[in-house]
Design a protein around this ligand. Sequence first.
Ligand SMILES: Nc1ncnc2c1ncn2[C@@H]1O[C@H](COP(=O)(O)OP(=O)(O)OP(=O)(O)O)[C@@H](O)[C@H]1O
Ligand SMILES: O=C(O)C1=C[C@@H](O)[C@@H](O)[C@H](O)C1
Ligand SMILES: [Mg+2]
Length: 188
Amino acid sequence: MTGDRVDRAPSAVLIGFMGAGKSTVGRILADRLGVDFIDTDTEIVRTTGRSIPDIFTTDGPQRFREIECDVVLGVLRTHRGVIALGGGAVMTPAIESALAGHRVIYLRIDADAGFARVADSDRPLIVGDDPQTRYADLLAERDATYTRAAVFTVDAAAGDAGTVADEILTELAHALVGERVGERAVNS
Ligand SMILES: Nc1ncnc2c1ncn2[C@@H]1O[C@H](COP(=O)(O)OP(=O)(O)OP(=O)(O)O)[C@@H](O)[C@H]1O
Ligand SMILES: O=C(O)C1=C[C@@H](O)[C@@H](O)[C@H](O)C1
Ligand SMILES: [Mg+2]
């Protein structure tokens, strides 16, 4: 990354499956870095004036992904703080491509721990018959994409949300040193 790139990029982008803690940890991370936090799911609700379950059930998953893509690409262009992406955002190829070169962090959760965190929620992809199997299948389908899109992976069940945020801070410090070394090599 050049110096200009670092100045204009978000500080960090959190990705991972439903319940990994992107929204919760992202807010703490932003606070500790002293930067703003934005959650693209919240941004979708704010800009459409509708709930995510409503968009999914009324307009369908494809329309949700189109809205999500517009929101995420816009946020990546303009936000300088920490960004938490919706759990399925990276599965849209245009979003995965747009993440290249950013400090993308995969919060990895296993299926049992992750499902326990979201079982009582209204997340539209885990309603209906046998949501636990659906959760595990979808996570297995997506894991390789999350891993590929990320600069590093953090265990989302390493401790409470503050502990996970601290893990990320440690890894980010290493990544930043790598970026600075890369910059010096480019500029020398
Ligand atoms: N490290 C943690 N330990 C225990 N519980 C956690 C941890 N991180 C998050 N949680 C809890 O798990 C639940 C889901 O967290 P959160 O909404 O942040 O996940 P998410 O990754 O943003 O999910 P989604 O993709 O659906 O937006 C919340 O109740 C949150 O308090
Ligand atoms: O994993 C997913 O596909 C989703 C996760 C949530 O963050 C929301 O973006 C929505 O419920 C879809
Ligand atoms: Mg979230």
